[in-house]
Design a protein around this ligand. Structure first.
Ligand code: FAD
Length: 334
């Protein structure tokens, strides 16, 4: 049974926020949404979900929202697909927006298809252009197709809302005007703990590698022989003395001693520093593929037959936990 499409009005933007910060893509969507809303002649609205995020509503209004639909609950404090999809579905069913836009972020790509399925409409993912058809006011949603060889323009003729995700960085950000005024509509959140099948145990911020491995002149790299994550702190101390960067073998990354950004080798980074110090690394071909062009290779390994010694300019046979502190002490005494 087709829906009464005339009941659907307004352009809605999902105001993605993380830890109380509005994501740039949401501001881009407000910029694009303003243009679309003006062309259709309707209001631009933002949907804001979270816990204790009411302070952000003012910001969304400053970026152009006429109305902010504010859904707050401790159950929405961190993103869960079930929680957010259920609440947004209820909001769409109640307020009937004509257009719903989401950022094609990790969250948006997860959320938008589930919402579209729940409300029984279509979704065009990863749009790079949105326009309003001058004649029938439908949303023309353009996205690359067939490996980027053609641009396909897609419409959603028989269902509402018309839903699209938009790639971050494609649309222009809305300009901020603190003097703008708008309405905040508090949404009644009908969400129970049992509706959410996942539990967020912890949110861990991604640690970015301190310095770019590829541009480093000194690299102190550790392998499985380092023995622990804490062991890598010793390598970091040596790297700091040399103004260098810590690298790692894949074995060390796989066990969790170091982050992937530090991996050197065939499936990691290719490096060419002045000095590469390989600590507790056996010298597998896949590791050598990423570091054998280094100017000087120094290997520390307790096994005198380790293959790394075949390509090392200098080799130290010994336990790295004893050798590295001695090198650090020698550098301190210089
Ligand atoms: P191991 O081979 O286990 O060597 C540990 C070394 O530490 C040994 O030589 C041991 O004698 C020494 N040691 C132990 N304790 C001490 C101590 N206290 N003091 C001193 N020395 C000690 N590997 C990469 O590194 N990078 C890649 O990008 C990569 N890509 C791969 C892609 C594919 C398709 C495949 C199949 C493999 C890839 N590998 C890669 C894995 C690679 O084959 C090796 O398994 C890996 O490099 C081994 O890491 P490692 O030298 O740290 O560990």
């Amino acid at each position: 049974m087709s829906k009464d499409l005339t009941a659907y009005k307004n352009v809605w933007v999902f105001a993605e926020q993380r830890q109380g910060q509005i994501m740039p893509v949401a501001i881009e969507l407000l910029g694009e949404g303003r243009k679309l809303a003006n062309e259709i002649g309707v209001e631009l609205c933002a949907m804001l979900l979270g816990d204790n995020v009411e302070g952000l509503a003012k910001e969304l209004i400053a970026f152009g929202a006429d109305k902010v639909y504010l859904a707050q609950s401790p159950l929405l404090s961190t993103f869960t697909t079930d929680g957010y999809a259920n609440v947004i579905t209820d909001m769409i069913n109640e307020y009937k927006p004509e257009v719903v836009l989401c950022g094609a972020s990790h969250i948006g790509r997860d959320l938008a298809p589930r919402v579209a399925a729940k409300v029984g409409t279509g979704l065009t993912a990863d749009c790079t252009k949105l326009e309003i058809d001058a004649e029938d006011k439908k949303l023309l949603q353009t996205r690359p197709a067939f490996g980027g060889n053609i641009m396909a323009t897609i419409i959603c003729p028989n269902h509402r809302p018309q839903m699209a995700t938009v790639r971050p960085g494609v649309m222009q950000k809305a300009a901020k005007d603190e003097s703008r005024t708008g309405e905040v509509v508090t949404v009644d959140v009908k969400l129970a703990k049992e509706d959410i099948r996942t539990t967020v145990v912890e949110v861990v911020k991604e640690k970015k590698a301190k310095v770019n491995l590829v541009e480093a002149e000194f690299i102190v790299s550790g392998g499985r022989g380092v023995g622990s994550k804490e062991g890598f702190e010793l390598l970091q101390k040596l790297a700091d003395k040399l103004n260098g960067v810590v690298g790692a073998s894949r074995a060390a990354v796989d066990i969790g001693y170091a982050e992937y950004q530090r991996q050197v080798g065939q499936t990691g980074k290719t490096v060419r520093p002045q000095i590469y110090i390989a600590c507790g690394i056996s010298g597998a071909i896949q590791h050598l593929a990423g570091m054998q062009e280094s100017d000087y290779i120094i290997a520390i390994n307790k096994n005198p037959d380790a293959p790394i010694f075949k390509i090392a300019d200098y080799g130290i046979v010994g336990d790295l936990h004893q050798v590295i502190p001695q090198i650090i002490a020698a550098l301190d005494n210089k």
